[in-house]
Design a protein around this ligand. Structure first.
Ligand SMILES: *[C@@H]1O[C@H](CO)[C@@H](O)[C@H](O)[C@H]1NC(C)=O
Ligand SMILES: *[C@@H]1O[C@H](CO)[C@@H](O)[C@H](O)[C@H]1NC(C)=O
Ligand SMILES: *[C@@H]1O[C@H](CO)[C@@H](O)[C@H](O)[C@H]1NC(C)=O
Length: 388
């Protein structure tokens, strides 16, 4: 029936385990069950052990990092919390029950702490109340209960350094309504888990469990994570940088060819595409704004100025006045002074009367230099603030 010998061995091990748990004899197990739960009421809280408070040790297990919605500020995790406490009314003498040391019962049979995720994003429900988890009881009266759930928590979002942003999200878990008769003590500082499933978009930096100093019946799970920035760097930063470097080149095109304006407008509109791409990922009320949005807006404004200067130059070039104004003549001659040093050939040309076209050509060169400097400053400023 079984294709492989392994199947039978595994089956035997499985049966062996079931027998271990149940004890050697099913009627002993039944007897134990009757003995333990005869006078037990699951609604009554176990007797406090320490000066009026019941101490419960807690441990947080992170199984999967589902998603983080940065627009709405909701972190979704799959996690479980282990609770360890002792209940003196659940003690038995194991020698009387064939040495049975532990039993496993559904959570409805015993009292369990009612904990809620205070900063939950959708419902305010007891953790583990929507399904039935098992409780492990040992003969010394210690209980272990590990309810698990998909936890959706509200977090504040800071996208200032998008796409190099990192977030710290706190899950506040509280024993609501116990009025500090219950003390939750995190027993592990970290929440290490080898089965952790990570997100494609986010990198988990660290997780920790902290005591809530104000309320002893609460504790906090802190999840630190950061965005993997490669996608947005490749998809947004690189194309906008290339567009920005192309943009001042329009002043090198001959004015006569008439393509200057459409080239400038195309680049101007391309920025809007990237701005839309980024703004989809950023909360609409974000305060402060992301550096990346400011960077694209600055490039957009620079591009608009380039288009404006281009139109003014085309207007000057196309005007019929061949005579230059006094200001323009001064301008041309001051620029030419530098040139004279470079080559003596220019001297003969200087003798000719300067025209508006000469003025426009000089302006074009100045614009190329000026706008490349502006764009370089924007790049350096953006890279500096994001690297900090
Ligand atoms: C189970 O154990 C009880 C007492 O420990 C004994 O009387 C009974 O015969 C056992 N039953 C089986 C099926 O072994
Ligand atoms: C127990 O509680 C009382 C009153 O709240 C307090 O004065 C006392 O210091 C507590 N003892 C311990 C050991 O915490
Ligand atoms: C458990 O039961 C055995 C047998 O009746 C007895 O000798 C032993 O003292 C008991 N242990 C406790 C802790 O009561």
């Amino acid at each position: 029936m079984f294709g492989h010998g392994m199947g039978i061995i595994q089956l035997l091990i499985l049966f062996g385990c079931i027998i271990c748990v149940l004890g050697s004899n099913i009627s002993t197990y039944r007897g134990l069950h009757d003995f333990v739960f005869k006078d037990y009421d699951a609604e009554i809280q176990p007797m406090p052990t320490d000066n009026g408070t019941l101490n419960i040790d807690v441990m947080f297990h992170l199984f999967a990092f589902n998603s983080f919605n940065e627009v709405e500020g909701v972190l979704s995790l799959v996690g479980a919390i282990s609770f360890f406490w002792t209940d003196e009314s659940l003690i038995w003498n194991k020698t009387l029950f064939d040495g049975i040391e532990q039993i496993i019962v559904p959570q409805s049979k015993v009292w369990t702490p009612k904990i809620i995720l205070v900063n939950g994003a959708d419902t305010l429900a007891w953790i583990g109340s929507d399904s039935s988890f098992n409780v492990q009881i040992t003969n010394s009266g210690s209980l272990i209960w590990t309810p698990g759930s998909v936890l959706n928590a509200k977090c504040s979002v800071d996208v200032l350094k998008f796409p190099f942003d990192s977030h710290s999200c706190k899950l506040l878990l509280s024993g609501f309504g116990y009025h500090d008769t219950l003390r939750l003590l995190p027993i592990s500082a970290t929440t290490e888990n080898s089965h952790l499933i990570l997100s494609q978009q986010w990198e988990l930096e660290s997780t920790s469990v902290e005591v809530d100093l104000e309320h002893q019946s609460s504790f906090e799970v802190v999840i630190n994570f950061k965005r993997k920035p490669v996608y947005y760097t490749v998809l947004v930063f690189t194309p906008t940088a290339v567009l920005a470097l192309l943009n001042p080149l329009i002043f090198l095109l001959p004015i006569e060819c008439g393509e200057r304006l459409s080239f400038g407008m195309t680049i101007l509109l391309s920025y809007m595409v990237f701005l839309t791409l980024v703004s989809d990922k950023i909360p609409t009320t974000s305060n402060p704004m992301s550096f990346m949005v400011i960077y694209i807006i600055l490039l957009f404004v620079t591009s608009a100025f380039i288009t404006m200067c281009n139109i003014i130059n085309m207007k000057l070039y196309g005007s019929n006045e061949s005579e230059v104004t006094r200001f323009q003549r001064c301008f041309i001659s001051s620029c030419s002074k530098y040139r004279q040093k470079d080559s003596m050939l220019d001297v003969s040309e200087q003798k000719k009367k300067p025209t508006t076209k000469d003025f426009v050509r000089i302006l074009d060169k100045i614009y190329v230099f000026f706008f490349y400097s502006t764009i370089l400053i924007i790049f350096v400023a953006y890279l500096t603030v994001t690297a900090l």
